[in-house]
Design a protein around this ligand. Structure first.
Ligand code: SF4
Length: 448
């Protein structure tokens, strides 16, 4: 039997998609890359923004219409949060919510026998210890928790992922051990909010990182998105955990707005100075930290003054990257009831901010020109191989041979929207000799 899987959404959804492929393979299915040749179609869904949801629903309709004889399974966030939308898009589709991941093989078999299945459990379960087919052999995406502890006024993810449900540290470490054995060199820890990991089971992210770093193999860990609200609670321990060379000096701290008034209306439960405090403390310890943040423009009530505050905040903190989203109404959220800002204003603010972000990104890149050190090649992109250094900075390398999964000594020679580098021929760099408070000082030593 042949199964086709199409995936939308975040790293968490990507991990679920890999697990679906792995479980089906274990049940004798082959995974194919075209719906034309498949016996069953599976779509892993996302509804985080209106535009994403529309795209997913369009695709469900299309698959439903184009392949009327093939069973279609709609998995994940969309059927759990808005099942009626899936039923409307394709009456005959089976719905499997994200708390029913383990039942996918059974559901697929039932669908192949002509049954229409609906599995929409309310009870979360661990997503570890399951088979996988990885898309990228170097990267192991590890879900550490599902759901979160917040109730942001704009967010619909809570409807699908629910309250925080942390997976046990032992299970996580076991999963990572297994992934390393299969050839992974980079582990992505993923959750809707990694910062509140463990609060429901009497542990926290810092303790988890310490446990992971005890594994003896050579690998890097990318910590996923952290809500500033919860980072504040574990800051000293988290900084201590980040000291380990296995943890990328990479911080994804979504602020969402530079205006305290808007943050309050969003129910983010922190203010701009809390956010700035976390960044300052991190940067004091790790000056070459790579910083990402997220901004929502056009949240109901956002005035020109609020927007100016957001612009100023970005110009002050100079992040490496910012995910800019135009606010979109998500049904069954609090913000849906508020008076909305016009699309024209949202578009204009988004354009303006994206321009600033591009410039800031280029500036942030310039400081890396001349840097040399160790980097892990973790993907093959449009412009060549991409290697990540200790700060998870992507460095594009040109090479004919297969570099995927290799730790190389590289030098950054050019900075544009990306960093471009060359492979150094020098034999070895002692990782431990890299000056942690100023890694650029290590560069000079290496250059000589
Ligand atoms: S958790 Fe959020 S971003 Fe990830 S797939 Fe679900 S809705 Fe999309």
């Amino acid at each position: 039997m042949l199964a086709y899987i199409e995936t939308y959404g975040c790293a968490f959804a990507q991990a679920e998609s890999e697990i679906i492929a792995g479980m089906l393979a274990k049940h004798g299915f082959a995974i194919v890359s075209s719906p034309d040749v498949a016996d069953v179609l599976i779509i892993v869904t996302c509804h985080v923004k209106e535009a994403t949801e529309n795209k997913v629903i369009y695709r469900i309709r299309e698959l439903c219409r184009k392949y009327p004889k093939k069973p279609l399974l709609v998995y994940g966030c969309l059927p759990r949060a808005y099942p009626e939308k899936v039923r409307k898009a394709c009456e005959r589709a089976s719905l499997v919510g994200n708390f029913n991941l383990r039942e996918i093989p059974k559901a697929v078999k039932q669908a192949l026998q002509g049954e229409r299945v609906e599995l929409l459990s309310e009870i979360p379960e661990s997503k570890l210890g399951l088979p996988r087919i990885k898309r990228n052999p170097v990267i192991g995406i590890v879900p550490i928790a599902e759901g979160c502890l917040c109730s942001c006024a704009y967010c619909s993810t809570k409807l699908s992922r629910g309250e925080i449900f942390s997976f046990s540290p032992e299970e996580i470490v076991k999963e990572i051990k297994h992934l390393l054995k299969t050839g992974c060199k980079e582990i992505w820890l993923t959750a809707q909010d990694c910062a509140c990991y463990g609060f429901d089971i009497g542990t926290n992210l810092a303790e988890l990182l310490q446990k992971i770093c005890k594994l003896s193999q050579k690998f890097f860990v990318r910590v996923g998105m952290l809500n500033p609200l919860h980072v504040k609670k574990i800051l000293p321990e988290l900084l201590q955990a980040y000291e380990n060379e296995k943890i990328y000096k990479f911080l994804h701290l979504p602020v969402q707005s530079g205006s305290n008034k808007i943050l309050y209306a969003m129910h983010r439960r922190y203010n701009v100075s809390d956010f700035l405090g976390v960044i300052k403390t991190f940067r004091e310890r790790f000056p070459f930290l790579q910083l990402w943040t997220d901004i929502i423009v056009g949240f109901p009530g956002e005035t020109e003054k609020d927007f100016e505050a957001t612009k100023k905040l970005l110009l002050d903190i100079k992040p490496d990257w910012v995910n800019v989203s135009k606010f979109s109404v998500r049904e069954r959220t609090e913000a849906a009831k508020l008076k909305q800002i016009s699309t024209k204003i949202k578009k204009q603010r988004s354009r303006e901010l994206s321009e600033i972000v591009r410039e800031l990104g280029k500036k942030a890149n310039e400081k890396w020109v001349g840097w040399c050190g160790e980097a892990l090649v973790d993907e093959k992109g449009k412009y060549g191989y991409v290697a990540r250094n200790f700060a998870y900075k992507p460095i594009v390398l040109k090479a004919d041979e297969n570099l995927l999964g290799k730790f190389l000594k590289v030098k950054v020679v050019k900075a544009e929207s990306f960093l471009f580098g060359e492979i150094l021929k020098i034999s070895s760099i002692n990782y431990r000799n890299i000056n942690k408070s100023n890694p650029m000082l290590s560069v000079t030593a290496l250059d000589q």
